[in-house]
Write a protein that binds this ligand. Structure first.
Ligand SMILES: Nc1ncnc2c1ncn2[C@@H]1O[C@H](COP(=O)(O)OP(=O)(O)OP(=O)(O)O)[C@@H](O)[C@H]1O
Ligand SMILES: [Mg+2]
Length: 247
C-alpha cells in the first residue's frame, strides 16, 4: 500500500514537533528512517497506524484518508514491531505469534505451520513456543515480537528500532531475513533505526530527519555520494570509521 502524508503537523503543548510534513511512501518500498533522538521519527510512524493523530493535514493510504477508516481493520493490515516488551504476558510464544492469525480465522493446522516457519525465520527453536514471555531473554522476546508483526502477511510493516537490543549475529540474520521477506512479499516497510549502516543496508530509500523535518531522502547510494548537509556527511563517516576505531 502506498502512504502519503499531506501537510501533516503535530504539536505537544506549545512545542511544534512536526512542522508541515509531506512524504510519499511508495508501495513496496523499504524506507529506512534515521535521525537524532527526539527528531520525530516515532511520531511520524505512529501516525500510520493511528497511534498518534495529526493536528492538521492527513495521511492517505492508497488515496484514502486513514482518519475515515475503521481503525481495527486498518491495524490488521499493518504489522508493528517495536523495541522492548510488547508481548501479551498471559499468552505463550505460539499464541502471541498466532494472535492475528486467529482473528483472521486460520485453521489450527495452518497456524502451526506458519508459527513454525516464523520461529525458524527469526532464529528461535521450536521448543520455545510453549514458553511464556517471562521465561524468555530480552533478545528472544524481541524476536517473537518480530515474528508476530509479520505473521499475518501485512500490507505495511512498521518497525521502530526492532533490532536495537539484539546480539550482532542475530541482528545480521534478521537483517537478511527482512531483506528476503521484502523481496518475496513486496511488503511496504517503514523501518526506524539509529544505525546508519543498517539504514543503508536495508533501505531501498533512506530518510534522514531532524527536528521533525526531512533533511534528505534518497537511495542509499544518493545519501552516501551526495549527502545534503554536514550532519549527514558526518553520519556516513561514522559508518565507515567505526570499524577502524574499534580495531
Ligand atoms: N505524548 C507525548 N507528549 C509530549 N511530548 C511528546 C510525546 N510524544 C513525543 N513527544 C516529544 O516529541 C518529540 C519527538 O518524539 P519521537 O518519539 O517522535 O522522537 P524519535 O525521533 O522517535 O526519538 P528516539 O530516536 O529517541 O526514539 C520529542 O521531543 C518528544 O519528547
Ligand atoms: Mg523513537
Amino acid at each position: 500500500m502506498g502512504i502519503e502524508y499531506k501537510n501533516v503537523t503535530k504539536s505537544y503543548g506549545d512545542r511544534m514537533i512536526i512542522p508541515p510534513f509531506h512524504l510519499e511512501i511508495h508501495e513496496g518500498e523499504f524506507l529506512t528512517i534515521i535521525g537524532e533522538s527526539g527528531s520525530g521519527k516515532t511520531t511520524i510512524m505512529k501516525m500510520i497506524n493511528g497511534l498518534v493523530e495529526p493536528d492538521s493535514g492527513e495521511i492517505q493510504m492508497n488515496g484514502e484518508n486513514i482518519a475515515n477508516m475503521d481503525m481495527i481493520q486498518l491495524r490488521r493490515k499493518i504489522g508493528y514491531a517495536i523495541q522492548g516488551n510488547i508481548l501479551f504476558p498471559h499468552l505463550t510464544v505460539k499464541e502471541n505469534i498466532a494472535y492475528v492469525l486467529r482473528l483472521l480465522g486460520n485453521s489450527e493446522e495452518k497456524i502451526d505451520e506458519i508459527v513454525e516457519n516464523l520461529l525458524e525465520m527469526v532464529n528461535l527453536s521450536i521448543e520455545e513456543k510453549e514458553k511464556y514471555p517471562s521465561e524468555l531473554s530480552g533478545g528472544q522476546k524481541q524476536r517473537v515480537g518480530i515474528a508476530r508483526s509479520i505473521a499475518a502477511s501485512p500490507d505495511v510493516l512498521l518497525m521502530d528500532e526492532p533490532f536495537g537490543a539484539l546480539d550482532a549475529i542475530t541482528k545480521h540474520q534478521l537483517q537478511k531475513e527482512m531483506k528476503a521477506i521484502h523481496k518475496k512479499l513486496g511488503t511496504t516497510i517503514v523501518f526506524i533505526t539509529h544505525d546508519i549502516s543498517e539504514a543503508l543496508k536495508l533501505g531501498t530509500r533512506v530518510m534522514v530527519m531532524s527536528k521533525g523535518e526531512i533533511q534528505q531522502i534518497g537511495t542509499p547510494r544518493e545519501i552516501v555520494e551526495e549527502p545534503a548537509n554536514e550532519y549527514i556527511q558526518e553520519l556516513i563517516e561514522t559508518a565507515f570509521i567505526r570499524w577502524e576505531e574499534e580495531v
